[in-house]
Design a protein around this ligand. Structure first.
Ligand SMILES: [Zn+2]
Length: 144
């Protein structure tokens, strides 16, 4: 019976990067490698390179995952809270709107940056998208 090999050629062993530490540092807006440098140069734009340790951050491909996770988290909190308050009170529709719309907007804005940092930390810890030294574009599209 022939052995099937998935995922291409085996790579040489690389040192394990602690995932939870990297995600926690990213969540706090710090470089997942050294924990000292800033991860973001503006609200959601990551730095190209860590100013402290020089780790390149432009490899990340967080894409839509942070927004998806924010919708998932905020949606469950706000909808659950709305349903609880609705069942226990007699608030009118405009009172509900006055509570839940600002809470939703504030929560989403407060969470998007930390969650994006955690996603970048996750990608860094798993050597994804060029964080391992390979060119991500050549890997996924060898014909280009
Ligand atoms: Zn760093």
């Amino acid at each position: 019976m022939e052995t099937q090999v998935f995922g291409g050629e085996p790579r040489e062993a690389r040192p394990a990067r602690p995932v939870m530490r990297a995600m926690t540092l990213g969540f706090r807006g710090k470089c997942p490698h050294c924990g000292e440098g800033k991860l973001f140069s503006s609200f959601l734009k990551t730095v190209d390179r860590c100013e402290t340790c020089g780790e390149e951050m432009h490899h990340h491909r967080a894409d839509d995952l942070p927004a998806y996770l924010v919708v998932l988290v905020v949606g469950h909190i706000v909808v659950g809270a709305f349903m609880g308050i609705e069942a226990a009170s007699t608030l009118s529709t405009w009172q509900h709107l006055a509570i839940w719309i600002p809470l939703t907007i504030f929560s989403a804005l407060a969470l998007i940056r930390p969650i994006k940092g955690a996603v970048v930390g996750l990608q860094w810890a798993n050597y994804m998208h060029g964080f391992g030294g390979e060119d991500d574009l050549l890997e996924s599209h060898p014909e280009t």
